[in-house]
Design a protein around this ligand. Structure first.
Ligand code: NAP
Length: 234
């Protein structure tokens, strides 16, 4: 049975990743900050889905999670958890450091540290499965410098641009161990973060991203794609 770890699994795109992988017969480790409050996620828990505690913005939580997971092989890691950050301090004239640093910690440093912590598990997944393991990091078109024609959103944009840089390095550094990496723009999705005017629903976005993950080849390692598989500009 192939296994996947999803962060930020209690709602939005993360919850949908859990639903779809479980329905497809995968073993799913569904990680979230507050399992006790994750009603919809807990309803999916069972033989295929285990719910675990993980705050990606907290190094101690990552270390505890790593110890709990032990040496079990992982086929896919979905670095999905993310925050937009308080919008009122992302307008020129209002910028301040604390919220910006929080967004960077959750959106960039956390996924990189978690991936580093699970490198052996992913390499073991690759060796066991006879196919590359995959680290899929959910980024955003808003992290594209080429696509930035409207300015603003300093913390969020810079965090996703930095995530792209960090996880591309990770993809190159881990390829020798049979682990590939990909940056995924999910589209503009109707979730709490995307809001009600998003262009697509979570099931469509996640189905598309799962297809890109499944079709990832060494030639596409470290690339930036949207949920339809279209290559994105950095
Ligand atoms: N929706 C869109 O249109 C869109 C577009 C581009 C990119 N994205 C990206 O897609 C990903 C998922 O977003 P979404 O739309 O599903 O947003 P969402 O509904 O706001 O969900 C965000 C998820 O991240 C979790 N999270 C936040 N901080 C965390 C932390 N420190 N540790 C662990 N989990 C944490 C949240 O958990 P809590 O409930 O505990 O807060 C929640 O599960 C994000 O990386 C986002 O940047 C979304």
């Amino acid at each position: 049975m192939r296994s996947v770890l999803v962060t930020g699994a209690n709602r939005g795109l993360g919850l949908e990743f859990v639903r779809q992988y479980a329905a497809d017969g995968w073993r799913v480790i569904a990680a979230c900050r507050r399992p006790d409050e994750a009603g919809e996620l807990n309803a999916l828990a069972g033989d295929a889905v285990t719910v675990e505690s993980l705050d990606v913005g907290d190094e101690g939580s990552i270390a505890a999670f790593r110890a709990h997971v032990g040496s079990q092989p992982l086929d896919v890691l979905v670095n999905n958890a993310g925050v937009y950050g308080e919008r009122s301090v992302q307008v020129l004239g209002t910028l301040e450091p604390d919220e910006w640093m929080r967004v960077l910690r959750v959106n960039v440093v956390g996924p990189a540290l978690l991936t580093q912590a699970l490198a052996d598990n992913l390499a073991a997944g690759s060796a066991r499965g006879g196919r590359p393991a995959v680290v899929a990091s959910v980024t955003s078109k808003m992290g594209s410098l080429a696509d930035n024609t409207s300015g603003g959103s300093y913390a969020y944009r810079s965090s996703k641009a930095a995530l792209n840089a960090a996880m591309r390095s990770m993809a190159l550094d881990m390829a020798g161990r049979g682990v590939l990496g990909v940056l995924l723009h999910p589209g503009w999705v109707r979730t709490a973060m995307g809001g009600p005017n998003g262009l697509i629903d979570a099931p469509e976005s996640v189905a598309g991203m799962r297809a890109v993950i499944d079709g990832l080849t060494p030639e596409k390692n470290g690339g930036f794609y949207d949920y339809t598989g279209q290559s994105m500009s950095w």
